[in-house]
Design a protein around this ligand. Structure first.
Ligand code: SF4
Ligand code: SF4
Length: 479
């Protein structure tokens, strides 16, 4: 497959392949919001005793996706803002909170596939699925044109697929089989870094005879693992139905839910970045106290913790007490509080930059020690075109930035800002420190709001027209 743009970022603090068990917690802080979900409907009461796997809350705007209790414990609803707190946490055998009698009518009509999809939703495995084009949660009872499974995670420092697959190849191939049983004839694309490697051969041997799995090789360049980029490159058109996408952890969750009938309560989360002692992966449950992870892994006294990878993650606020249900990794950067003395005259031997303007361009590739420092001031666009070079979506971020500056929203739309996959490379390479990614996201939201307003206005006008027409007909009949 041919891709455009992309760029690899070499930074210190890449998590190793190991997965470490964290000690069992006494308290869990389950955030009610994550990137895609907002668990607005609370299903438990203050002081209620729950078991692992019980439903604590649901997101009614996302197919009622549940927030499951990762362990048994007592519920506290008002102890911490925007969290459900579980106290007196103990690890007991979790029981799946499934009542097949409550199956929605449509799931029953779909037969075995409908029942399996409903189980994925209720056992917490559906949360690992994404719609390739929209990025949100796909309809579990929908009809996808294909499924893309990615074993890659190229953004520094999110959880690596190879770490998650370690010693779990059988679970992975069983999960693939279960995925296939949800479909009729649609293909499953399995994305790998090297389809001739020993590891790929192992997978191939496991899935021998699964004609519906097509292996795809992509080079290890960020963000070629992005689902909407992959869907576009595969020629899967948005108009021909949704494309479901899932990563390694999602396939393992499918296996757990459908083969073992167990709820998916544990996550493999990376802890990486320059502020971490031994960058690695940890096996934890949602709600795990961030304080305990900080105590064990973070050595920098003043550091910034980012929920997610370095390019697309969001800084954790002081109010975030536990890992949210979608967390794939924590990135920790030392906070640079003071300005670098005479930073502008430093030759940049230890700084890497897309522009070959530092002395470091004379060095071989090296991993930079990254901090939160900007290494310079923000300034206007210098039209270097770096952002356009690296953009995998083939759009011109610098042009969109200039249109936004002049409030030319129509031109922004014509420049196809909708194709932006929010990978953040443009912001990373920009020598003028312009946060282009944020501008792209904000302008997409603005355009969507304007379209929604126009749609509502059209509906209102149509309603008025109908009322006028009805009044006119009534008057004529009265005459
Ligand atoms: S414009 Fe969007 S897709 Fe292109 S580099 Fe920037 S964030 Fe990535
Ligand atoms: S990378 Fe920054 S300075 Fe260069 S063209 Fe893009 S917006 Fe302008």
């Amino acid at each position: 497959m041919k891709f455009r743009g992309g760029h690899n970022i070499f930074l210190q603090g890449r998590p190793d392949i190991n997965i470490n068990l964290m000690p069992e917690p006494e308290v869990l802080y389950l955030p009610l919001c994550s990137r895609r979900f907002s668990f607005g409907e609370i299903c438990v009461e203050e002081g209620q005793q729950v078991n692992g796997g019980d439903v604590l809350a649901r997101d009614l705007d996302n197919y009622s996706v549940p927030l499951l209790a990762p362990r048994a414990g007592r519920v506290r609803l008002n102890a911490k803002e925007s969290h459900i707190v579980l106290e007196e946490v103990v690890r007991l055998a979790e029981h799946p909170d499934i009542e097949d009698d409550n199956l929605p009518h449509i799931a029953k009509e779909m037969g075995a596939s409908g029942i399996k999809r409903y189980r994925l939703l209720t056992l917490g495995a559906w949360q690992f699925f994404y719609d390739a084009y929209m990025g949100g949660l796909p309809d579990p009872l929908g009809d996808p044109q294909a499924i893309i499974v990615s074993t890659l995670s190229l953004e520094p420092f999110s959880a690596r697929g190879d770490a998650q697959l370690h010693n779990r190849l059988l679970n992975f191939t069983r999960g693939l089989e279960q995925l296939q049983s949800l479909l009729e004839y649609q293909p499953i694309y399995l994305v790998m870094p090297d389809i001739k490697s020993e590891f790929a051969n192992l997978i191939r041997n496991h899935i021998r005879g699964y004609a519906w799995v097509k292996m795809l090789e992509i080079s290890l360049t960020y963000p070629y693992d992005d689902f909407s980029i992959l869907a576009r490159r595969l020629g899967l058109k948005r108009s021909e139905g949704p494309v479901w996408t899932v990563r390694t952890e999602g396939v393992l969750a499918v296996d757990r839910a459908l083969t073992l009938s167990k709820p998916c309560l544990v996550r493999i989360v990376s802890v990486g970045g320059t502020g971490v002692k031994n960058p690695t992966h940890i096996s934890v449950m949602p709600g795990y106290p961030i304080e305990r992870i900080r105590d064990k892994y973070i050595f920098e006294p003043v550091s910034r913790i980012i929920n997610g990878g370095i390019l697309t993650g969001e800084q954790l606020g002081a109010k975030a007490l536990g890992l949210d249900t979608e967390c794939r990794g924590l990135t920790v950067l030392p906070e640079l509080r003071e300005r670098e003395f005479l930073g502008f005259i430093r030759p940049g031997w230890s700084r890497s930059s897309y522009a070959a303007c530092y002395l470091s361009s004379l060095r071989n590739k090296f991993s930079e020690r990254f901090t939160t420092g900007l290494h310079g001031e923000g300034r206007p666009c210098v039209s270097c075109n770096f952002c356009e070079d690296v953009c995998p979506a083939g759009i011109t971020p610098h042009l969109i930035h200039k249109y936004l500056y002049r409030d030319l929203i129509e031109e922004v739309e014509q420049a196809r800002v909708d194709l932006c996959v929010e990978c953040g490379l443009c912001s990373y390479v920009c020598p003028s420190k312009i946060d282009l990614r944020k501008q792209m996201i904000d302008s997409k939201v603005l355009i969507a709001q304007e379209k929604e307003e126009i749609r509502r206005e059209q509906e209102r006008q149509e309603e008025l027209r109908k009322q006028e027409e009805a009044r006119r007909q009534e008057q004529e009949s009265n005459k």
